[in-house]
Write a protein that binds this ligand. Structure first.
Ligand code: ASP
Length: 297
């Protein structure tokens, strides 16, 4: 690579970020845009029924319906597309992109989002897998035994032009009230990007994340000169000191700046993320609040 070339970088959340990053990384190495890379990357867990918190195979709401939230933020044009509480279409981030490209709007919700997607040629299918249905039936009988299940694919990419894209997709919190929408499709909370500065995304309890506009906060910290790692840790510190009870649950954030540096931090142990540079993808453990609370005052 010539010394002036911009190195493509992809960072995304959780174990299912690995195949997402690998797919996005391939597209970037072929000269594709961060937008194309982010969409194709996020489609990987959306279409994998083994991923129980994104797309097909996601755990349903309290009524047994899988409702998906997704968004894309294409920084060079400040293009935004999102869907919230959408049923029946696995590639929710692709529908979000279509909202951005084919309508004058930024977000469609509920049944109207599904109807829009079908009108745009997206294939409708049953998103509730037999495994997810069984877990829902177990939850109905013994809600006290059911684990708190959630997790979002949040993916940030920088392409060879230096353009940035952020994308998210999730089935949200398992057993949520029908119609509940989390942080993931909300600009500034679940994702944000500014082509002159950087991008950020969040995962974890959406009700906490959206109260703090996590992704906007982190990108503004980058604008003020913070490296991505300290911007992520500072966000978790702020929330944890303000609402200590929130640290009993998972909130995690990732960031990527214009220079290609990355960061991640979480309230709890157990958060992992995938990082791709130069075509190579590695998993990393996210530093968590009790671990970094003494540093970085
Ligand atoms: N943030 C997602 C939501 O609240 C879930 C997660 O990422 O764990 O819908």
């Amino acid at each position: 690579m010539p010394s002036h070339a911009i190195e493509p970088v992809v960072i995304s959340t959780w174990w299912f970020g690995r195949p997402a990053n690998e797919r996005a990384g391939e597209i970037l190495l072929q000269g594709g845009s961060a937008l194309d890379a982010a969409e194709a990357g996020v489609n990987m867990p959306e279409l994998d029924p083994k991923v129980t918190s994104v797309g097909k195979g996601g755990l349903p709401n309290a009524a047994g319906e899988v409702e998906l939230d997704a968004a894309v933020y294409w920084a060079p044009t400040r293009g935004v597309g999102a869907v919230a509480g959408m049923r029946g279409i696995a590639r929710a981030v692709s529908v979000a992109r279509r909202v951005m490209e084919a309508t004058p709007h930024c977000m469609l919700a509920g049944e109207a989002a599904r109807v829009f997607a079908v009108g745009q040629g997206f294939e409708e299918e049953e998103l509730l897998t037999p495994t997810a249905r069984q877990r829902w039936e177990e939850w109905k009988v013994r809600p006290d035994l059911a684990e708190k299940s959630h997790d979002t694919i949040g993916l940030l990419a920088r392409d060879a032009n230096g353009d940035l894209c952020a994308a998210t997709s999730t089935s949200g919190l398992a057993w949520k009230l029908p119609g509940r929408v989390g942080d993931s499709p909300l600009v500034g909370s679940g994702l944000y990007a500014d082509n002159a500065v950087g991008a950020a995304a969040a995962t974890g309890i959406g009700e906490y994340i959206l109260r703090y506009c996590a992704s906007f906060w982190i990108v503004e910290a980058l604008r003020a000169g913070a490296p991505p790692q300290s911007a992520c840790e500072s966000f978790i510190r702020w929330m944890a000191e303000d609402q200590p009870a929130y640290t009993e649950d998972m909130v995690a954030v990732i960031a990527l700046n214009r220079e290609g540096e990355t960061g991640a931090a979480a309230t709890k142990e157990g958060f992992e993320y995938a990082l791709t540079r130069g075509g190579e993808t590695r998993m990393h453990a996210g530093p968590y609040w009790p671990e970094f609370r003494r540093n970085n005052g």
